[in-house]
Design a protein. Structure first.
Ligand code: PLP
Length: 383
């Protein structure tokens, strides 16, 4: 295997044209109007929560994704929190999600006072498995007047929160059908899948609400930031209201009609985000070409390259490869990082973290294998 490891590192170094320097997993690229918009923003003095870039960023995001409305947020994590609030996830309720995800997905559920229930992922999509979902619901849930209830815990299963892992769309249309049948609200964690489509539909707009992250390591960044995507304009209006301290518009008075949040994205972040959004098509194209090169390379090795799922057009946010076992994986992580090429294992499963160890789980066979064998390799946009 050692020879293969060496070949992989050489291939990555050749691809990035960096013979010896450190190669990061994912770095932002600023090649458009970033400086111009930031300067405009500063010159206007509107650097905070009001300004034209906030409105423009929302309009352009809605246009790009096909959402009826988009509402910006400070980050992806609080966008999930707000989305769950909007579909009435309340203390003591349950939210179904996948154990193979970034911790923010599960954290946001607990911000609502709700409990995550972890259901297995698909081997091919790395996202929540509709097969596992329906199996769980048919065995463990019952319908009552006010929704779907977990027979084991007597708690209401208020929402389902699948995630599009590393940018690869999960089987969201099947998940949506199941959620509809069982009266469960669907919220999509599309934090990683800006620019990814499933059956020609952008990720995040099949569910009642979808969220996107613009953190510095995502495909486009606003420094920090998030967005909620809606098909329902009235719900979007409500999101805007709650994210801006539930302030009722008035020329001079402070009137607030609900417990709101300060989840507003500053105009200066929206300026950066808008400039990045203008380049999304090019970024996706470059990342897909990079993924193709990786795919060709790994075809000649014993290591599996994780390709985009069926019916999906992935942004290949983070390219991923899969080893036969945890031992080989660890050797590769050791070797690559020692050689200054950053690689990272897939997340530890949420139910293995101390704060979620008592949460209900179903069979997690696929998630377990993926968590122990998948590695992310450098995926920055190369110009
Ligand atoms: C990045 C990410 C988030 C959170 O986004 P932030 O903007 O960093 O708060 C949520 N879920 C997933 C799956 C992510 O990868």
């Amino acid at each position: 295997m050692h020879d293969t490891f060496q070949e992989i590192i050489q291939f990555i170094r050749k691809t990035y044209k960096k013979p010896s320097e450190f190669i990061a997993l994912h770095e932002p690229v600023f090649a458009g109007n970033e400086k111009k918009y930031l300067e405009e923003c500063i010159d206007s003095t509107f650097v905070s929560s009001v300004g034209k870039f906030v409105d423009q960023f929302e309009i352009e995001m809605a246009k790009y994704t096909g959402a009826a409305k988009a509402v910006v947020c400070v980050n992806g994590t609080n966008a999930i929190h707000l989305a769950l609030k909007l579909v009435r996830v309340e203390p003591g309720m349950e939210v179904i999600t996948q154990p193979l995800t970034f911790v923010a997905t599960a954290n946001a559920i607990t911000y609502c006072g709700a409990n995550p229930v972890f259901i297995d992922v698909d081997k091919e999509t790395l996202g929540l498995s509709p097969d596992a979902l329906i199996r769980f619901l048919e065995t463990h849930s019952e319908q009552k007047n006010d929704g779907c209830f977990n027979k084991n815990t007597s708690k209401k299963i208020a929402a389902c929160l699948p995630m599009h892992t590393f940018g690869h769309p999960c089987r969201i249309d099947e998940i949506a059908e199941i959620c509809k049948k069982f009266n469960i609200e669907l919220v999509e964690d599309a934090a990683e899948s800006m620019g990814s489509f499933f059956r020609n539909k952008h990720t995040g707009i099949t569910g009642k609400i979808g969220i996107i992250s613009f953190n510095g390591n995502k495909i486009i960044t606003s420094g920090g930031g998030g967005m909620l995507l809606f098909n329902d304009e009235e719900l979007a209006q409500k999101a805007k209201h709650l994210s801006t301290q539930a302030k009722v518009p008035h020329a001079w008075e402070f009137i607030h009609d609900d417990i709101g949040y300060n989840y507003r994205m500053p105009n200066i972040n929206a300026a950066l985000g808008l400039a990045q959004l203008e380049q999304i098509d090019r970024f996706v194209e470059i990342k897909r070409a990079l993924a193709n090169r990786y795919k060709e390379f790994f075809r000649n090795t014993k290591i599996k390259f994780i390709n985009e799922p069926k019916n999906a057009k992935s942004n290949f946010w983070l390219n991923a490869i899969q080893f036969d076992n945890i031992g080989e994986r660890d050797k590769f992580l050791e070797y690559s990082n020692k050689n200054k090429v950053m690689t990272r294992p897939a997340w530890r499963l949420m139910n293995n973290l101390p704060m979620f160890k008592n949460c209900q789980t179903d069979d997690l066979n696929n998630a377990k294998v993926l968590s122990e064998t998948v590695v992310n390799i450098p995926s920055s946009v190369v110009l």
